[in-house]
Design a protein around this ligand. Structure first.
Ligand code: 5GP
Length: 345
């Protein structure tokens, strides 16, 4: 047994140290980024914030709402081919820069992915998503998808350590998704004792990925716009959000009313709710690793998006970054033992 004793940090453990800046207003900040992806060679521009591929967040309605902002949606894997055809028919070609197709790693998943991409060859982001990206089988699957689709942008995850980021990038991924256990409806850390504080995971994984000209997505754990900024400050190229985008008109999940107040159901993709819905129940060999919660209904997602992007722009002005691209090199984090004043909350 070994113990690593250097402290790993989450978003709640740091704040940005403000810096002198020539920027007058947050409106001068550009959040667009352009990336060229290492295997596919494709170039992409947009605002690198992604709606998570959960069936309560990564919906077609969400994609339609986020696309005009330049943001991405990782569309969940439970839509049928007919659903995809109907959705794509109603969109113009710019949508292909704003959506990712999600897949698991079974033979059925691969067959479904292949058929979908054959029918809609303009789809070019593939998000291969498993809870534990450390298995040999997973790396082999990523390589198989790379061989089948040399010109698509492949995202693979989730992992939290540099050596596994490198292995996935070398195995064919363009982008690696980072996060085990930080999610708002995730119970992995309690059920298994496994995890890694998300800010340190981002910092270490970004360093590993950038050394190979790959990118990372910081996935999970953001509770407010400041956390999204901290992820970017720590080196994340993209940030993925679940809970922050839940509860809106565009989010999936049943609307429920209680004592005159409206809520939307939000649940983890390995919760009993999700497994009951998509897999006919929780298999005997596994425990659910996700919760089901009710989040207050929040209306259209546009208002939340403006709040998040406004927050990130403001972070950039505090540290003097005219473009999101400059945020990491302008970031000095200070370790703290307090965040906000909660006297009135
Ligand atoms: P959030 O932004 O809500 O904090 O985190 C969203 C992320 O949580 C998702 O993108 C996904 O990586 C993770 N996640 C979603 N559902 C589950 C689940 O049921 N169990 C676990 N362990 N993680 C989940």
């Amino acid at each position: 047994m070994r113990i690593e004793s250097d402290l790993k940090l989450g978003f709640k453990d740091v704040l940005f140290r403000p810096k002198r800046s020539t920027l007058k207003s947050r409106s001068q900040v550009d959040l667009n980024r352009t990336f060229r992806f290492m295997h596919s060679g494709r170039e992409w521009s947009g605002i690198p914030v992604i709606a998570a591929n959960m069936d309560t967040v990564g919906t077609f309605e969400m994609a339609r709402a986020l696309a005009p902002h330049g943001m991405l949606t990782a569309v969940h894997k439970h839509y049928s081919e007919q659903d995809w055809a109907a959705f794509l028919e109603g969109c113009d070609d710019t949508i292909y820069d704003r959506i990712m197709v999600s897949t698991g790693t079974s033979d059925t998943d691969f067959a479904k992915l292949t058929s979908l991409l054959d029918k809609h060859p303009q789809l070019y982001f593939i998000c291969i998503d498993v809870a534990n990206g450390y298995s040999e089988h997973f790396v082999a699957f990523v390589t198989k998808v790379r061989e089948a689709f040399p010109d698509k942008v492949i995202i693979a995850g989730n992992v939290v350590t540099g050596e596994m980021v490198e292995e996935l990038l070398l195995g064919g991924a363009d982008i690696v998704k980072v996060g085990i256990g930080p999610g708002s409806v995730c119970t992995t850390r309690v059920k298994t004792g496994v995890g890694y504080p998300q800010l340190s995971a981002i910092i270490e994984c970004a360093d590993a990925a950038h050394g190979l000209s790959g990118q990372i997505i910081g996935d999970g754990g953001c509770t407010c716009a400041g956390d999204v900024s901290k992820g970017f400050g720590g080196g994340a190229d993209f940030m993925m959000l679940g809970g922050m985008l839940a509860g809106h008109d565009e989010s999936g999940g049943t609307l429920v009313k209680e004592d005159g107040q409206s809520f939307k159901l939000f649940y983890g993709m390995s919760s009993e709710t999700a497994m009951g819905k998509h897999a006919g129940g929780v298999a005997k060999y596994r425990a659910s690793e996700g919760k089901t919660v009710k989040v207050p209904y929040r209306g259209p997602v546009d208002i939340t998006v403006q709040d998040i992007l406004g927050g990130v722009r403001s972070t950039c002005t505090y540290v003097g970054a005219a473009q999101l691209k400059e945020l990491t090199k302008r970031t000095t984090f200070i370790r703290v033992q307090e965040q906000e004043n909660r006297i009135f909350s």
